[in-house]
Design a protein around this ligand. Structure first.
Ligand code: FAD
Length: 353
């Protein structure tokens, strides 16, 4: 897909091809902007901890605080766009089939049990779908060496309408950004072949609302028959390899909340979960202390002021908030382009998401 940059005279340049960059690119295209997307890692590459979108679970389980209207909005918008069905959503109480279970009948040591219907996104399928949608709307995607600065993006588009920064963890060392409040929160998960598991389970120790703290154990079944079990939250831990002790701990916790993982249909004895493992995955959640950065900034690139719109810092909730964030990023681009008198987008194109 390289070598076509000249085909777009004044594109919006999106840097980053994770779920945030791709959804933002698609949203801009739908609003009629030409888009050139640049990234040094693209969907389809081998899994890499610093390409968080490929490593995620990724289920929709919002932990936006009741008073955090901005994050709630992003999460709700994403749910409404992806969930098959007609609904008006408030989190979590208004998720489909929400039910509070009788507190007198829950297992010892558990304070509350709720159940609801939500959804799981399979990154290995949904990222290629985003790439196809992006290309079908006329977007151009180009692999580039890791950019040292946003100014480097101008090598690929001399007069960009705007630059959208969707670099995730990369925002900590891009020259004009250098956001030192961005850091990795390491997560280790295991992929199992366990198609008999059809229900997801999550155990949260500590508060769920308002953050990602506490200990969380989850079992996330996927349509493919794969089941993701996890997880861990290791702040500022850059270890790229899975740790054996962590693997054992994840297996122990997952079996506590979902014993049927070890009970394939027809088995008389529980199976060893190790024998079901198809992958051990490590990923770095691109976490920003103050939450997502979604705003415009005028940045002098090689002496010329450019419109830069930031959309990074999605921590452990990028998949579940991506469409809300993409809409907001595209709206900000439109506002800034209009203010700068840089022209109007073309026709509105609709695509199936
Ligand atoms: C183990 C784990 C479990 C998770 N579970 C969930 C979940 O259940 N639900 C949920 O919603 N979220 C979950 N997440 C979080 C989610 O995966 C992230 O929030 C999301 O993927 C962030 O996407 P992104 O596009 O911002 O970053 P990334 O996917 O990391 O993409 C960054 C892109 O920017 C490019 N890039 C960076 N720097 C540069 C540069 N200098 N030059 C050129 N290109 C650059 C990279 O090549 C890449 O294309 C999980 C994450 C992990 C690790």
């Amino acid at each position: 897909m390289s070598g076509f940059a000249h085909a777009l005279p004044s594109p919006v340049v999106v840097v980053g091809a994770g779920c945030i960059g791709l959804s933002t690119g698609v949203e801009l295209l739908r609003r009629g902007y030409p888009v050139l997307l640049l990234a040094h890692q693209l969907p389809g590459d081998a899994l890499s901890p610093d390409f968080a979108s490929t490593a995620a679970g990724a289920h929709h389980l919002s932990f936006a605080d009741a008073s955090d209207w901005r994050q709630r909005y992003f999460d709700i918008k994403t749910f409404e766009r992806l969930y098959r069905g007609d609904l008006h959503l408030r989190l979590l109480e208004e998720l489909p089939d929400f039910r509070i279970h009788d507190a007198t009948r829950v297992p010892e040591g558990i304070d509350h049990v709720v159940s609801f219907s939500s959804m799981t996104i399979e990154p290995a399928r949904y990222l290629p779908h985003l790439v196809r949608t992006f290309a079908s709307l006329g977007g151009i995607m180009q692999r580039v060496p890791r950019l040292a600065s946003l100014a480097d993006a101008r090598k690929y588009a001399k007069a960009p309408l705007a630059i959208v920064n969707c670099t995730g963890l990369g925002a900590c060392d891009l020259a004009e950004v250098q956001d030192k409040t961005v850091h990795p929160v390491r997560g280790q998960v295991l992929a199992l072949r366990a198609p008999w598991i059809k229900t997801g389970w999550t155990r949260q120790v500590g508060s769920l609302s308002g953050g990602e703290g506490g200990e969380r154990t989850y079992v996330i079944p996927r349509a493919s028959g794969e089941v993701i079990i996890g997880g861990t939250r290791e702040v500022d831990d850059w270890e790229t390899q899975p740790r054996d002790a962590t693997t054992q701990d994840i297996i122990r916790r997952a079996l506590e909340i979902c014993p049927s993982l070890a009970r394939p249909p027809g088995s008389t004895e529980p199976v060893d979960l190790e024998s079901l493992i198809t992958g051990k995955v490590v990923g770095f959640r691109p976490t920003r202390d103050a939450g997502i950065r979604l705003e415009a900034e005028k940045v002098a690139l090689d002496g010329k002021d450019e419109i830069v719109v930031h959309n990074y810092g999605h921590g452990g909730y990028g998949w579940q908030s991506m469409w809300g964030c993409a809409e907001e990023a595209a709206r900000i681009v439109g506002e800034e382009v209009r203010k700068a008198g840089k022209g109007q987008p073309g026709v509105l194109i609709r695509a199936k998401l």
